[in-house]
Design a protein around this ligand. Structure first.
Ligand SMILES: Cc1cc2nc3c(=O)[nH]c(=O)nc-3n(C[C@H](O)[C@H](O)[C@H](O)COP(=O)(O)OP(=O)(O)OC[C@H]3O[C@@H](n4cnc5c(N)ncnc54)[C@H](O)[C@@H]3O)c2cc1C
Length: 475
């Protein structure tokens, strides 16, 4: 029996597997596809995901293959520059195709000892008090103590659990693909600029070697979105919208996506969890879906590892839904708002013009970018200091950078007083004294995901908080 079976080797499943292996959890990843996908839907990582990679010592390899950009336009495509002084040491978008992100996360998970089995489609699921059994399409059965469905928007795990997925169906559909274009760059630039005055779901981004990433609105909503469009369909839509098909030929891959917006009602049913697109889908506006999935995995990984190790306090596994469900609800809402703002209806255009004026205020721009980049996420840990429930940014410590101290995924007490002790939790929580001039509170307790679990200076208060996140003391 495995400790954990992760269904799906997309970014969410891979991130989760890496997190679980960090704590020695025996994890098996299953994916129905025989080969990794060649398609790249997502094009980048936002600040919080970049920070997550830094917290696990993975950022260097992402920086090597990505491009750091500080562009604006992330909220509904509003042309506004990236705000200055974002509260992070990583104030940029990391442009990196999803395919590369998946490759790097696969490498990391494999280096950490994860077994990934491809060509294994999960078609059945049952659980009892002690374990979960998954059934594969070829009839094989596998057991684990926990299962996590990271199997994308059409999640079989979610359906097998009978978890409701309420929301709105797709009303518009967009074609997306990579192909060669023969048109001259001047023509492409001029036509694209003209079309985008009224149609923001249109573009041709050069990828090098004459290959472009092209998006264009589909005619209707396909009954079966899993079926890829043909090149002819793509060219016909380009002609309909832009008056030319730019001489499109030699497609690398073609796909379609909708604007359905849905969220799983529950992220946990006993021993089975949902994460990433399996738990929430929304239009790609603002580029948030992959990021959200990575951050779901980052929240769930250490908690599941604690349960496997036997020290998870009461309620820790339930805190996954409690913390992550509201975050995705907010993302769904901001994508709904962005879609409205991108509508060509006169009323929506008027609201867009008004918002374009408002983002000129630095606070408004900052508020929206902090939302898209997920650095303003605050989990509800009750009343307390402004830092409580937020992730701690990457401080410059006297002993190096904060995130460098977090590679092993343990708790961390940052203690400016020098008087505190983590007592019987030293096997799960590190203790750093004389921390940093950047930290303007006496002490903070960080969870393995870097969120602030306690702020204070009183030893008894600290000892009262440690069990909430780290279980019973040892020794
Ligand atoms: C056009 C477009 C652009 C986007 N751009 C961005 C962006 O810029 N930034 C961003 O953050 N997000 C973006 N997204 C969203 C992003 O692509 C998804 O949110 C992300 O892929 C979700 O990752 P996941 O691991 O949860 O699911 P998936 O990537 O869907 O992976 C699920 C995996 O599960 C496997 N699987 C499915 N069913 C089974 C089964 N029954 N048994 C075994 N395995 C199974 C699949 O083969 C797949 O490998 C975009 C999406 C689209 C459509």
């Amino acid at each position: 029996m495995f400790d954990v079976i992760v269904v799906g080797s997309g970014p969410t499943g891979l991130m989760l597997a890496g997190e679980l292996r960090l704590h020695g959890v025996d994890v098996l990843v299953l994916d129905k596809e025989a080969e990794p996908t060649r398609q790249s839907r997502a094009q980048g990582l936002h600040v919080r995901s970049i920070e997550v990679m830094a917290q696990r010592g993975l950022l260097e390899r992402f920086l090597e293959l990505g491009q750091q950009i500080a562009v604006g336009g992330f909220f509904a495509g509003l042309a506004k520059a990236w705000p200055e002084r974002l509260d992070t040491a990583h104030s940029y978008v990391l442009a990196i195709p999803q395919q590369v992100t998946e490759r790097l996360l696969t490498e990391h998970a494999a280096e950490a000892g994860t077994e990934i089995r491809r060509g294994c489609e999960v078609v059945g699921l049952s659980q009892d008090e002690d374990s979960v059994t998954v059934e594969l399409a070829d009839g094989e059965e596998l057991r684990a103590r926990y299962v996590v469905g990271c199997d994308g928007g059409r999640s079989a795990v979610r359906k097998l659990l009978g978890v409701a997925f309420p929301g709105e169906p797709s009303r518009v559909e967009t074609l997306l693909g990579e192909m060669e274009l023969t048109a001259a760059q001047e023509e492409l630039t001029a036509v694209t600029a003209e079309v985008r005055k009224t149609q923001l779901r249109f573009g041709a981004m050069p990828l090098g070697d004459g290959v472009f990433r092209v998006i264009v609105p589909a005619e209707g909503v396909a009954e079966d979105r899993a079926t890829a469009p043909t090149l002819d369909e793509f060219k016909e839509r380009l002609r309909a919208i832009a008056g030319t098909d730019f001489g499109a030929h030699s497609p690398r891959w073609l796909s379609r996506f909708g604007d359905a917006t849905r969220q799983a009602e529950r992220y946990r049913v006993d021993r089975v969890f949902l994460a990433g697109d399996a738990a929430h889908i929304h239009p790609p506006t603002g580029g948030q879906g992959l990021n959200l999935g990575i951050q779901d995995a980052f929240n769930l990984g250490w908690k599941l590892a604690a349960a496997v190790a036997g020290w998870a306090p009461e309620g820790l596994l339930d805190s996954y839904h409690a913390e992550r469900h509201p975050v995705a609800t907010d993302v769904l809402d901001n994508t709904r708002a962005q879609i409205q703002l991108m509508s060509t209806e006169p009323g929506a255009q008027a609201v867009r013009r008004l918002l374009a004026e408002l983002v000129e205020f630095d606070d408004v721009n900052r508020y929206l970018i902090e939302k898209i980049t997920a650095i303003s996420v605050r989990y509800d840990f009750g009343e307390g200091d402004e830092l409580l429930g937020r992730r701690m940014r990457d401080l410059e410590l006297k002993q190096g950078r904060l995130y460098e101290r977090m590679h092993e995924g343990r708790g961390l007490l940052l203690d400016q007083t020098g008087r505190l002790s983590v007592g019987g939790w030293a096997d799960r929580v590190d203790h750093v004294v004389e921390v940093s001039e950047e930290l303007d509170v006496p002490a903070v307790l960080l969870r393995p995901d870097g969120h602030v679990a306690w702020v204070g200076e009183d030893q008894q208060e600290l000892l009262a908080h440690l069990p909430t996140w780290f279980g019973a003391a040892t020794g």
